[in-house]
Design a protein around this ligand. Sequence first.
Ligand SMILES: [Fe+2]
Length: 179
Amino acid sequence: MNLSQTLDICYLEELIHRLSIPSRKNSFYYDQLIQSLDISRESVKSYCTWKQGSYTRNLVHSTDLYELLILCWQKGQASPIHDHQGQDCWIYVVEGRMEETLYHPTTDNGKNFILSKSDRIIYDRGDKSYLTNSNAEWHSIQPLSERAITLHLYALPIKKCRVYNLKTAQLSERHLSYS
Ligand SMILES: [Fe+2]
């Protein structure tokens, strides 16, 4: 049986069901599921929360193999520049317009860790993004619309990440929590 054979996935329950089929991490399969997504705002609204000052991270489902979140953004609420601790990350834009800035690590005369901008990508409703640390990529994301909703799949789950301050070129560790 080809686990990836699927029609469009329109509901979170269907996505969770399909994500739970493999008994070990299967990035190729997860990628095919994300490419099949056609999830509406209506089907995620029970997971949406909003607050002033920061975007929100709302847990939909997690296992030992993956973590599924709904993130809600308002204009001006950018993520820090961060990595994914070697895990894979997929993003699906449920609503709004997002901007992703990619960074590539270099060193200052072989000594200090420095991130340099490598790309900037705009995503609209229905678009998908994939980031893996095997490419040594870092990123930050922010909404370009007044509000935006994004679905994030992490495999394996990420409990902490490294954050980079562009002004000071300093690295720090951030523990991730849910809203
Ligand atoms: Fe990220």
